[in-house]
Structures are given as structure tokens and as C-alpha cells.
Design a protein. Sequence first.
Length: 426
Amino acid sequence: MIKMKSSQISGFYKLSPRERLNIVKEFAGLSDEEAELIYSMSGLKLDLANRMIENVIGGITIPLGIAVNFLINNKDYLIPMALEEPSVVAAASNAARMARVKGGFFATTTEPLMIGQIQVVDVKDPYNARMKILAAKDEILAKANEQDKLLVSLGGGAKDLNVKVINTFTGKMVIVELIVDCKDAMGANIVNTMAEAVAPIIERLTNGKVLLRIVSNLATLRLARARAIFDKDTIGGEEVVDGIIQAYSFAESDPYRCATHNKGIMNGIVAVGIATGQDIRALEAGAHSYAALKGSYKPLTTWEKNENGDLVGTIELPLAVGLIGGATAVHPIAKICIKILGVKTAKELAEVMASVGLAQNFAALRALVTEGIQRGHMKLHARNIAIMAGATGDLIDLVAQRMVEERKIKMDRALELIREFKEGKN
């Protein structure tokens, strides 16, 4: 009988880094070399880095953690998360543990369609030009698809186009939008290439001048959605359910609160994005633009109560992610993180990331309406303060624990405690 792999791991946080890595290694089937590459924190060599960006002088390492307990579409996942902020990985793991009671997360995605925009100016008759472009749709799509015949052979490529006339302070512009199925790529490069290729046709049809030819990061046709039910008794009772809904209502009504609400969501999504080599600037731009799409800035999640009094959360946002091209295909650690996740398509990766975002939001809201966000966060932050003050080894934990107990997580207190511990006064 085949033993099913489970991401539900009790006490994972209590283990040493090596012990945690061994569990991940077995779960994901990592080789000895892959495991050591992670453990040594030396995955990116200088010669490779020098080919990834310009003016390279070295590299910077940030912690890579694993969120446990995730059950998404009835499949167990260990989630690699790369970030420097304390409490995020722990919060996601705890939220995923609570979500499992009612079946975990259920996620879907739309097709991986990206939008490439071609800007046309100096058009004398913009609405007539729009009609001409639409009439030449087949010619334009054919030219676009000549740019990547492999993508087309896989079922992707330019599928449609839209044309709109917009008013700007410099006058009317005709904007042509190519709709491209990018399959398992993020798609920016191919979309840009296609937009540039069709520009001469657009100019001929409009007698105008093409300026910008570029992908849009507001990927409204490439959405990821996730939902989960949190059992009211598991999360602390009806009072907690009601408190979370009230906190969500605050964010829905006030952009100042909503900015932090959505930032918490992106804590999780971006951490997975960094670990897997995604374009996190594009993810952030798309998410926050989508949050403001209807004219005011709104939460990316919703929270409500079902007939049983349980908490129901949903999330919807554009997630343009890929498994081929970019850093995902180049960075050694990013490739290993994809292996740990076990995702086979870009759509599956987006479903995982949306679920992590929903988990992160739940964890933050629950903390805010119960113990307050600082208790768990500052417990971990105390370690950073201790290190900054000069603590090393076991002294880091001793100083951090004392500061938490005293609720004085400050640099001057850390310095005092280090001196006292070294002098044997504690």
C-alpha cells in the first residue's frame, strides 16, 4: 500500500533546520545535491548572477522557509516562502491547519491570457481606424503568431484582439489590445514581441503613429480564485468570526486600512513568488491595480458567515506566473522550490499562491481581533533585535525570550540583557 504524503506536520517549527530539510527532502524527492544547495545557502553562483542582471558585484541571501499543513484542491503541499519578515510563515502554516478542518482550500484559475497593448497616436479618424483594425483581425493575429510557433503548437498564442479609443490630455488615442494565451509562461516577453511585430500593420491601417508596444500587468483575464471555510469553534468561536467580519468591513470601507489588509495578502503571495522566481513587481502591480479597478481601492478578499456560523473566505486577483522562462528556469533554488511544490502548470502555481494569500489574510485578521498582531510578530522580531544588539548563538534566544516576557523589545534593553547574561547576573 502506497503511503500518502501529508503536509500536516506537527511541531515542524520545533525542529532544527537540518531536520526540517530532511522532511522536505523526503516529501519532494529532492536529491542530496538539491538538499545541500538549499542548506548551504549558496545556490546562485557569481557567474550565473552576472548573466542574469547588469553590473553584478555579488548577491544577497534571504531566509527560505516552508509553510506546512496546506491542503489545496484535496492535494497536500509544502509551500516554500522566501522573505525576511518574521511570523509570516508561521501564520500561514497555522491558518492552513485550521482550514483543513473543513477540507482546506479550493482554488481555480481562468486561462493564462495576457494583454499586450499597442498605443496609436495622431490618428485623424480614430473610430474609423478602430473599425479597420477589427476588420483586419485575422491578419494581425496571424502576424503575431508567427513570432512563436512553438507556443502556437502547444495551443497558445494570440487568440483575439480588442480596440478602444481613449481620451487623454494630449488628445484621442487608439489602443489595440492583443489577447495572448501564454500557457505555462508568465508571458511578458512573447507578448511584447508580438505587439512589436504587428505595429507596422496597425500603422498602415490607421495612418497613425505607434508608440508603446508592451504587456499590461493588469492581467484581468488571468485570474486566480480560492475559497475556504474556517470552523467557528476551531478559530475561537462566534466572537472571533464576527470580529474578523468587522475587521474586513473596516478594510472594505477605508482605503487606509485596506492598504495594510492587502499588504498582508501579498506577504504570502510575494514570498512564494520570490521562492519560485516570479516577477513579483508584476504581481504587486497587478494585484493593487485590480483592487482599485472599480474606482476605489478595495480588499482582494471577502469574509462572511455561512448558515452554520462558520467563517467563509474568498480571494480573487490576477496572478501572472510561469514555470518556464525568466528566473524560474535559471535560478537553481527557484527550480528546487518548484520541485518542492510539485506544481505541473502555471495555473496550479497560481492556485497555490492564491490559497496562501487567503491563508495569510485570515491569519492576520484573526490575530488583530484576538491577541493583537504584535504578540506573535514581536516574539519573532525580538530575535532580530537581539542579533542587532550583538547576541550570538544561544544568547539570541535567551535575550529574545526575556524581552518578550518583559514586553520590552527594544535595542537598549537587549544591550543590557546581553551584558547581564555575560556577567552571569541572569
